[in-house]
Design a protein around this ligand. Structure first.
Ligand code: FPP
Length: 247
């Protein structure tokens, strides 16, 4: 009997790590690693779609990344702006919707401008979405959501006693997004680093030693194959999930 058809996870989220080490191993400045990392962002965006993924979320800049040397932060913002300017035509041609999560209002004005344009021009494409987590941190997201929820209660739009996850989660940045099915972290680190902590409650995790600039479509396919070997139980027992156990 042939194996059941592999199903791609609808939403894959990636912690892109290892740009700095990739550069250091080659005696290059760290920013060269980030430059190569941008190339991997490009290839992975289309590789994921080819493999059947509907939404790809990339952790591009965390709230904590502001603590890096000013020169590196400036270079990352410059790369981001350049990347967005260059990709706009491609996104429109290839029907990629762009959206963001995070406190984007704190990003440099030039980055905000190109983000606004790209989001506006691609908002009609619903088959495939690239989500950039920019100035993102889960704890900040919870603080922002709690503040918005409290304001909604104060104004009478929400009732405090109706509090439930379904209600509260509407105040997260991800309110209109599906939860990630698969979270991948590159570079051999096995941390979550304040990324989608609540949304990944039932995600599968794949940690790969590959440094982000070296990450290829076959690495992504391998992570998806690993995902497909897992049994996702969402709190149930294995027997409950088997068709024979269904009543
Ligand atoms: C981690 O590598 C990666 C980042 C801090 C951010 C990822 C940024 C990019 C891929 C480039 C810009 C993004 C876009 C979308 C244009 P690291 O520097 O922490 O690597 P290290 O752990 O080896 O030092």
């Amino acid at each position: 009997m042939s194996a059941p058809a592999a199903q791609a996870p609808a939403h894959v989220a990636i912690i892109m790590d290892g740009n700095g080490r990739w550069a250091t191993q080659r005696g290059l400045p760290r920013i060269e690693g980030h430059r190569r990392g941008v190339e991997t962002v490009r290839t992975t965006t289309f590789a994921a779609r080819d493999l059947g993924v509907r939404m790809l979320t990339l952790y591009a800049f965390s709230i904590e990344n502001w603590k890096r040397p000013e020169e590196e932060v400036g270079a990352l913002m410059g790369l981001l702006e350049l990347y967005l300017k260059k990709e706009l035509d491609t996104f429109v041609r290839d029907r990629v919707r762009l959206r963001t999560i995070g406190r984007t209002e704190e990003l440099p004005a030039g980055v905000q401008r190109v983000l606004r344009t790209t989001i506006e021009e691609t908002k009609g494409f619903t088959d495939y979405t690239l989500v950039l987590a920019l100035n993102y941190g889960s704890r900040t997201e919870v603080v922002d959501a709690a503040r918005a929820y409290a304001a909604a209660v104060a104004s009478g739009r929400e009732k405090l006693n109706d509090g439930s996850w379904a209600t509260f989660s509407r105040y997260l940045y991800t309110s209109d997004m599906p939860e990630p099915d698969l979270v991948i972290r590159t570079s051999g680190e096995t941390r979550i680093s304040n990324f989608l902590l609540l949304q990944a409650a039932y995600a599968e995790f794949v940690f790969t030693p590959v440094l982000w600039p070296d990450f290829t479509k076959s690495d992504l396919a391998a992570a998806i194959a690993d995902f497909n070997r897992r049994e996702r139980r969402f709190g149930r027992t294995s027997a409950q999930l088997k068709p024979a156990a269904a009543k």
